[in-house]
Each structure stands twice: as C-alpha cells, then as structure tokens.
Design a protein around this ligand. Structure first.
Ligand SMILES: [Zn+2]
Length: 238
C-alpha cells in the first residue's frame, strides 16, 4: 500500500504535461520512468513502462515508448534538459519495447537489441536495431546498465535490466505487477519456461530493492516471487 501511495504521489508531482500520452516521472536523481499508452485489442488502453537513465549530460533509454509520437516527445524532453541520448535498448521485440526504434535511429541514436530480438524483429518485418549483442549478459553506459537474459517467459527474447547503483531491476514484461492475477499475453513466449526464468532472475540479483514491471506499478523483490507463483499456478491450471 505504501508503494501504491508514493507511486501516485510521484505521478502527480513529476508528470510532464504535453499533447502526447507520454509521462515522465523522476524515480531518483538521474533516473526517470517513462510511460506511454496504446489501445490494445482485447485489453483496452494499456500503459507501458520504460526507463531513462541520466549521467551528467548523457542519457540511456530502456525501451522505446509505444508510439512514434511519444518517442518524439521523449526526445523533446531530453533536448529541453540538454541531454544527449547515447542509446535505446529494447528488452524484447514487441511494439511497447521496440515500436519506435525508427524515431531514435532517424535522430542518430544507437538502437540496441539482443541477436534473438533482432531475429524476431526481422521475422515480423519490424524496424531493426542498429546494434546487437550476443550472449546472455552485457553492460552498457559505463557499466551502469547491466542487461541479462534469464530465459523465456512473456516472450522468447525478454531481457531484464539491472541498475547496480540503484539496486533497481527493470523486469520488463517478464515481471507482472502486484495487482494482477493473470499472465497477460504470452502467445509469443513460453509459459512452461517462465517459472524457471524467474528463479534464475531471483538468484542473479539477490540484492535488488526496487522492481519495475513492464506494465503497472513499481514494487519490490516480492514482484519476482509473485510472478513465479502466478506462472506456476497458470501452468497447473492448464
Ligand atoms: Zn511484449
């Protein structure tokens, strides 16, 4: 409950007003949450979370906003703050993560994905990343951004991002928000693999304090157990 209240308060204080749906909320010094919305068939209006990590005059973006208009709004925001965006990373190939890669690329910004995500973007004829990495782990932005692939779940290629200075884990769509009892859409992922992927994630970052799910309110490490429990229950119910 405490988290829910502080979350709402943060939204009221920190939200920028613009003509797009994009909202940018400060989480701490040099760390911002970006949220964009899209109408999704069968789900209604869905809000998606991403991050903007700032170091001095440079910024690193985790996940693109859902639409090109919101990506442009994000770049306007960085411009107003005199920030240079070094790169944007997509944590999987879906539109709420990589959908506005083109806006960033046209602005001369590196767009990053894993090779697995790139293959899926190519297969689905989406805008590709300008740079890819292989393997299950990589660090970016002067080692302030740790990227990890814990295994399949929501998608076959879902990555997570850990910020060691903040002890904050961006779980993306692999992690479910506290208020939900459902797994959401996983038609492109693997429910049988999901519990084990969560176990790998829990073991990898034991010191985590804050967890950001792909959609919905921030929480703490209990979101990881919550998601594993939901995935196990969904598997049993099959
Ligand atoms: Zn997705």
């Amino acid at each position: 409950m405490r988290i829910a209240i502080s979350w709402c308060t943060a939204l009221m204080i920190g939200t920028i007003a613009n003509t797009q749906a994009l909202e940018i909320t400060p989480l701490s010094d040099g760390l911002f949450l970006h949220q964009s919305e899209k109408e999704v068939e069968g789900f209604g209006k869905v809000s998606a979370n991403g991050l903007i990590i700032v170091d001095g005059k440079e910024a690193f973006v985790v996940d693109t906003p859902w639409t090109d208009a919101d990506a442009e709004a994000l770049l306007e925001w960085t411009k107003a703050k005199d920030l240079t965006v070094k790169a944007v990373l997509a944590t999987h190939w879906h539109e709420d993560r990589a959908g506005s890669f083109g806006v960033f690329e046209r602005a001369g910004i590196a767009t990053l994905s894993s090779e697995a995500t790139q293959a899926l973007l190519r297969q689905h004829q989406k805008t590709l990343a300008t740079h890819t990495f292989s393997g299950d782990e990589i660090q970016y932005f002067g080692n302030k951004v740790e990227v990890f692939y814990p295994g399949a779940g929501h998608a076959m290629d879902n990555l997570v991002v850990y910020l060691p200075h903040e002890k904050l884990l961006f779980g993306g769509c692999l992690v479910r928000e506290a208020s939900t009892r459902f797994m959401g859409f996983y038609g492109d992922g693997s429910l049988p693999d999901w519990p084990e992927s969560m176990s790998r994630l829990i073991a990898k970052f034991p010191e985590v304090i804050t967890v950001v799910p792909g959609h919905g309110a921030l929480g703490d490490k209990r979101l990881l157990e919550h998601t594993r429990g939901l995935a196990e229950a969904a598997l049993k119910a099959q």
